[in-house]
Design a protein around this ligand. Structure first.
Ligand code: GLP
Length: 261
């Protein structure tokens, strides 16, 4: 894994935006895997600014979101469909026909999962998959002990995740318990994974993901098996890493063509 530690969340988010900017400028029809949650909000703001001020063009970009709550339709303000439209899509020139979010409102959810996998394949696979990190080590909504070979599937959320995500809802009782998420196997097939984790609340999961064993107890540790993963952290989320000095040294030794900023 390429581990990059920046002083603050703002700096980390800016770097992530530069990586995505380069991807989209290099390949207009990039297929981006996108994430929701608090973590990518600053990144999306940066990308919107790059679109408005520097003409970053998303007209050919194709997107696939990681996950969605079961039972929340597009009109529900807590659906990830609404999240993406409010926080990103409506501010850029993306063709909404090219955006994909799992359909948690489909009467046949298993077929919806299989269809989502087929759509990713039809699009040629994901070039760059953006990921956040759950405080319990989940990626997408792949909770601890789920299969590391999984494909897009239905999952039941852990209590921890329901608690973590309750702040988005009016009351904790409104948080859906069921979700659709890309599987770990789906995520690992992406060409490149870009994971962001900020704040001390993520420090334990970050340490397990990078320096712990590959285990379904920490689903994000499966990323150790992927040949191209970039992890961007801030100081608080990196606080538990034993080899932080090593990652900083590697970062400082990079050649011009290896650097993102
Ligand atoms: C959520 C989402 C994930 C996200 C993670 C972290 O439940 N399903 O895709 O990366 O948990 O969320 P946050 O960024 O709000 O900490």
């Amino acid at each position: 894994m390429e581990v990059i530690i920046r002083s603050t969340e703002e700096e980390g988010s800016l770097l992530a935006a530069k990586i995505i900017e380069r991807q989209v400028r290099d390949k207009a029809r990039s297929v981006l895997g996108l994430a929701t949650g608090r973590t990518p909000l600053n990144l999306y703001k940066n990308l919107i600014r790059l679109h408005q001020e520097r003409g970053l063009n998303f007209s050919q970009t194709v997107t696939f979101n990681l996950d969605e709550y079961v039972g929340l339709g597009p009109d529900n303000p807590n659906s990830y469909y609404s999240f993406m439209h409010e926080n990103f899509f409506k501010h850029i020139n993306i063709d909404l026909q090219n955006t994909h979010i799992p359909n948690g409102f489909d009467p046949d959810l298993r077929t919806a999962c299989n269809r989502y996998e087929a759509q990713i394949k039809e699009a040629g696979g994901i070039d760059l998959q953006l990921l956040g990190l759950g405080s319990n080590g989940h990626i997408g909504f792949n909770e601890p002990t789920g299969s590391l070979m999984s494909r897009t599937w239905l999952k039941i959320l852990s209590r921890q995740t329901m608690k973590d995500n309750a702040t988005f809802f009016e009351s904790p009782g409104q948080v859906p318990s069921h979700v659709i998420t890309m599987g770990i196997g789906t995520i690992l097939e992406s060409e490149w994974c870009l994971l962001l984790a900020f704040g001390e609340g993520k420090a334990q999961a970050v340490t397990q993901m990078i320096e712990g064993p590959v285990t379904s107890i920490c689903p994000a540790s499966a990323l150790q098996l992927h040949p191209r993963v970039t992890v961007i952290l801030d100081e608080p989320s990196a606080a538990g890493l034993k080899l932080a000095h090593h990652y900083r040294w590697i970062d400082s030794q990079k050649l011009e063509w290896q650097r993102y900023d």
